[in-house]
Ligand binder design. Structure first.
Ligand code: UD1
Length: 417
């Protein structure tokens, strides 16, 4: 079993450039099914989830090749494929293949993505939207079977601005005859990036970045070359780790506007971040103040940075309160943080964090992707050594996380135990 051996009390210093966003590249890769020809994607991170989505495309007989962080996908030999339950269950984002399958083949049989450590994550908003578009949808033995041959443009209101449902439904609509108007859609930068990608491929989408999208169906989408946006969640993790270790780190190739909520909360905690057009520098020396925050859909505070911020607050001077409003089970890392000396009480969706003067290294396990990153940060700031297990969760969303932080002065080794 691989674990990360983290030496504590390491100050982060230096400069690092961000790679592409996992949550943008996965729907964009799925959307390639809708395109006729060749797609060249730049800034693609080397993540296990990206490999999983590549396997899915290959099951549809697309050819995929990589050269450094560029992915070349050709849909020349595309035909319907069978998706193994195991592969689909291994990554939640596999459900993003549903919309493209309906748009491309008019029919689909998708194994349900299964449970998830951070919450139940139902598909009801996706299903309701597909039905409103005119698809026949049935659930059988853990599969969603659908027939979209009679889909037509319509008006759809999403009960909640779900990221995945917005992406799936837009992908289903871009080649559906007529006009579809979606209201109360997600506005996350990754949703915007998918829409921009589709638009460059010839889709007709208006209202990108607002809560109403108007999609006019087109007959076909064409080849394109596209660069994926940088990963704001990785950026947030690095900024917070740098602040926690009283470091001095500059991140380049970042879009600061994607991080407004985090930067506001960091400022409230007394952490100053200098910003330029495409770089952010955190240089923190003083104490960290307590902060109350609530996770919300974009542009609210991102749920994907909540665990990392909690780690920082666990050494703040005072009491902080976090309300997790997006995922009902996103406090699993708290038990592990407590093993490192953090004082955290959880009651439902609320966590109360009493800042302590330091954390201690311990043997802990990553419970999920972002919770794992939060524990790694705790290990870098703690006194003594931390052994972090279950790191397959972290590899889903961070490309060689130990190399990323070692480049900034951390002492982290991936070892077999
Ligand atoms: C995406 C991100 C994930 C991020 C999340 C919220 C990807 C690959 N993953 O996940 O990293 O944490 O957005 O920003 O982009 N819900 C329903 N019914 C549905 C769909 C969602 O009840 O049909 C609920 C979910 O259970 C959850 C909330 O809505 O409580 C948000 O989910 P959603 O926005 O869909 O997140 P994902 O697309 O799964």
């Amino acid at each position: 079993m691989e674990v990360l051996r983290i030496a504590g009390q390491q100050r982060l210093e230096g400069e690092t450039s961000l790679g592409g966003a996992k949550n943008a590249v996965l729907p964009i890769m799925a959307a390639c099914l809708l395109i006729d020809g060749e797609i060249i994607l730049h800034n693609v991170p080397a993540l296990t989830d990206v490999l999983g989505m590549r396997r899915i495309l290959e099951l549809f007989h697309c050819s995929v090749s990589t050269d450094s962080d560029t992915l070349v996908i050709s849909t020349k030999g595309i035909c319907p494929g069978e998706l193994p339950d195991e592969l689909m269950k291994s990554m939640r984002a596999s459900n993003l293949i549903w919309g493209p399958c309906l748009g491309r083949f008019g029919k689909s049989d998708i194994p349900l993505p299964g449970g998830c450590p951070i919450g139940v994550r139902p598909m009801d908003i996706h299903i309701k939207g597909m039905k409103a578009l005119g698809a026949m949808v049935e659930e059988h033995h853990g599969h969603i079977i659908s027939d979209g041959r009679h889909m037509r443009g319509t008006e759809i209101y999403l009960d909640f601005p779900s990221v995945g449902a917005t992406e799936n439904l837009v992908m289903a609509a871009v080649k559906t005859p007529g006009v579809t108007v979606f209201r109360n859609v997600a506005k996350e930068p990754e949703v915007v990036d998918l829409c921009c990608f589709l638009k460059e491929a010839g889709a007709k989408i208006n209202g990108i970045g607002t809560d109403t999208l108007r999609v006019e169906g087109v007959k076909s989408l064409h080849s394109l070359e596209y660069t994926v946006i940088p990963d704001r969640i990785v950026a947030g993790t690095i900024l917070l780790a740098a602040a926690m270790t009283r470091g001095d780190v500059t991140i380049t190739n970042v879009i600061p506007e994607h991080l407004e909520a985090l930067l506001a909360k960091m400022a409230e905690a007394g952490i100053t971040v200098e910003r330029e057009h495409s770089s952010l520098r955190v240089h923190h020396v003083g104490a960290i103040g307590p902060v109350d925050l609530k996770t919300l859909p974009y542009p609210g505070f991102p749920t994907d940075i909540q665990p990392q911020f909690m780690t920082v607050l666990s050494v703040a001077q005072g009491t902080s309160v976090i309300c997790e409003s997006i995922f009902e089970n996103r406090y699993q890392h708290c038990d592990e943080l407590r093993r490192m000396g953090a004082d955290i009480k959880v009651d439902g969706r609320t966590a109360i964090i009493q800042g302590s003067d330091h954390l201690d290294g311990a043997m802990v396990d990553a419970t999920d992707l972002r919770g794992g990153a939060a524990l790694l940060m705790a290990g870098m700031a703690a006194h003594g050594e931390t052994l972090l297990g279950n790191i397959c969760h972290i590899d889903r969303g961070y490309c060689h996380i130990e190399k990323l932080f070692c480049h900034l002065g951390a002492d982290i080794r991936r070892v077999l135990v």
